[in-house]
Every structure is written in C-alpha cells, then in structure tokens.
Design a protein around this ligand. Structure first.
Ligand code: F6P
Length: 324
C-alpha cells in the first residue's frame, strides 16, 4: 500500500484532530502518501481530497472539532453515491482508508469495502461512547468533563435557591455521558435509556431529599431517555406532586461536542489513530481499532455495529446509594 486517505464523519468529537495528526504523522513515518478527505463521505463523492504532510497537522493536537470537517452524507447511502466515491478513489490512486467516526461511518465503510474492495480501518470518534470494541471512544472524556463543569455550576445556583434541576445531556441512545457526569456531579438521580426509571421513582427520590431538607436536587437525564426529554419529565413530575417545588430544566446540547480535548482524549486519539494506520498497513480491513484494558485491539465493523455496549448497572446503583 502506497497511498491512503483519512476522513472524519458523523458528529464531531474533541480529539478527532489528535487522531488525524497520528494517522498523518504515522503515514509519513512509514513512508506512505496520505490524503485528507473533507466532510466525510460527502467530500469523497465531491472529490474534496488533498495531499497532507507532517506540516498539515501542526498545532492541532489541542484543538476541538475536526480540521477535515464532518458531515452525515445521504448520497453515500445510495449505490450511485458510492460509485461516485469509488471513482474519486480511483482518480486519486487511494488504496486504503482510515475512517474516524461512529456506527454510521463504519456501516458506510463496510458496505463500500464489500462493493469496491477498498480496505478501511476505523477509529472510534464519538462523544457517545456507544461503540462495542473499545472501552472508551474519542471525545467521550472531554464531553463528560464539559457536562460536569456545567453540572457543578448549576449545583451552585440550585443550592442558593433550593431548586430541583433536570439537566439533559447528549448520548443519542446511550446513557454513558449521563452516568459518568451524574456520578461526578453528585446527582440525586440519573435517567438513562438502557434502564427504565418510572416517574414514580423519580418523585419518590426527590421527596426523600425534601424530607431530609436537601438544599438542591439534580436529576441528569440522557437525551434518549424513554420517559421523554428533561422538560417533559419535569412537567410529568409537576403534575404528580402537591408540594410547591421550584424546578428548572437545562439542556446542555452541543456545548458537549466542542472544546479542547482532555489529556485522556488526546492520548487515546493518538493511540487509536496510529493503531488504525498500522493495522491498515499490516493488512487489516473492515475493523475498528479500540483500546480494551489498555491493549490495542481490532474488532470487525460488523460487531461494532451490531453488538450493544451495555452500561454498568452497578454505577446506577451507586448513584442511588451515594445520594442518600
Ligand atoms: O453522536 C453524537 C451526537 O452528539 C449525539 O449525542 C446526538 O444525539 C447527536 O450527535 C446530535 O447530532 P447533530 O449534531 O446532527 O444534531
């Protein structure tokens, strides 16, 4: 293999730049030509492809977002779109790909490889930490710390006013960000899609806090929660209680996607970027590089896409015990 390309796709995540840097510098080290593709599969179809050098990735290890930009391409889902993408790969002489992204990205890569035989190795880049085959994904640690910072600030004002806050965090269908930021922020309750938390249980937990004269209560709600959004849950609770409790709702939203990556994410992204590249050069294809128990491993895309990544229910139990 003499020439490869790297791209980022799906929702951006802090640390993607550190990962791109590791791929590019790794390629230079191994004497391979490396190209960047802008805006993921959309750029692949449009031919937005350029040669990169060691200098192209100077001064980016600390930057949030992705210098290659990102997109969710509808066109790549169609056979015609993938044909156009393949034509561009041929035109630029690209023999292998490094895809930094999540499940949607890897699904596209797998189909593309099955149709056109271009080997791809993935690096898990998503704040959601919802990928089977790695303990942590690039961007998750930073997102948790961003959410935690917001929760700490909200705790200050919640305590001053004796209020209950419902704080909604991201995570799509996964409760990882909610659990970790909830534990770190001393939340009274964490609501996640993976485990049913009936509204009656939320009311009961809050009531126990009022009975013990708690100055404030924080409920962290994952965006995919079955009972609804944080504001829907707050409304349901208001309609079920007689007490005159002051409640507020904050949705943290895309603040969790930006910002300078944490030390952990920079190191993880560097390891996964180089690991993905060296895997590709060693003949791996249709796999995602991951770190499990501090070891670099490769997991077939099929498994990362198909297999669920269960949350640790012991951590939810701990939230309940520690909020007494
Ligand atoms: O997958 C990352 C993520 O931030 C999810 O947590 C969230 O559900 C989604 O992307 C939001 O996507 P968009 O930026 O397209 O609104």
């Amino acid at each position: 293999m003499k020439r490869i390309a790297v791209f980022t796709s799906g929702g951006d995540a802090p640390g993607m730049n550190a990962c791109i840097r590791a791929v590019v510098r790794g390629a230079v080290y191994h004497g391979i030509e490396v190209f960047g593709i802008r805006r993921g599969y959309s750029g692949m179809i449009a031919g937005d492809i350029f040669q990169m050098s060691s200098h192209s990735v100077s001064n980016i290890v600390q930057r949030g977002g992705t210098i290659l930009k990102s997109a969710r391409s509808k066109e790549f889902i169609t056979p015609e779109g993938r044909r156009l993408a393949y034509d561009q790969m041929q035109k630029h002489g690209i023999e292998g790909l490094i895809a930094i992204g999540g499940n949607g990205t890897f699904t596209g890569a797998m189909i593309f490889n099955n149709e056109y035989g271009i080997p791809t190795v993935g690096a898990p880049g998503t704040i959601d930490n919802d990928l089977y085959g790695t303990d942590y994904t690039i961007g998750f640690d930073t997102a948790v710390n961003t959410a935690l910072d917001a929760i700490d600030r909200i705790r200050d004002t919640a305590s001053s006013h004796d209020r209950v806050f419902f704080i909604e965090v991201m995570g799509r269908d996964s409760g990882y960000i909610a659990i970790q930021s909830g534990i770190g922020g001393g939340a009274e309750l964490v609501m996640v899609p993976e485990v049913l938390t009936p509204i009656s249980e939320v009311v009961e937990t809050l009531r126990q806090g009022w009975l013990r004269s708690k100055a404030s209560s924080i409920v962290v709600v994952a965006e995919g929660e079955e009972e609804g959004s944080a504001s829907e849950i707050a409304d349901k609770i208001k309609s079920q209680i007689k007490e005159d409790i002051d409640m507020r709702v904050t949705t943290l939203g895309h603040t969790q996607r930006g910002g300078s990556p944490s030390a952990y994410d920079r190191i993880l992204a560097s390891r996964l970027g180089l690991g993905a590249l060296e895997g590709l050069l060693a003949g791996q294809k249709n796999v995602m590089a991951g770190i499990i128990n501090n070891e670099l491993v490769y997991t077939p895309f099929e498994d990362t896409i198909r297999l669920p990544k269960p949350i640790n229910e012991d951590l939810l139990r701990m939230v309940k015990i520690l909020s007494i």
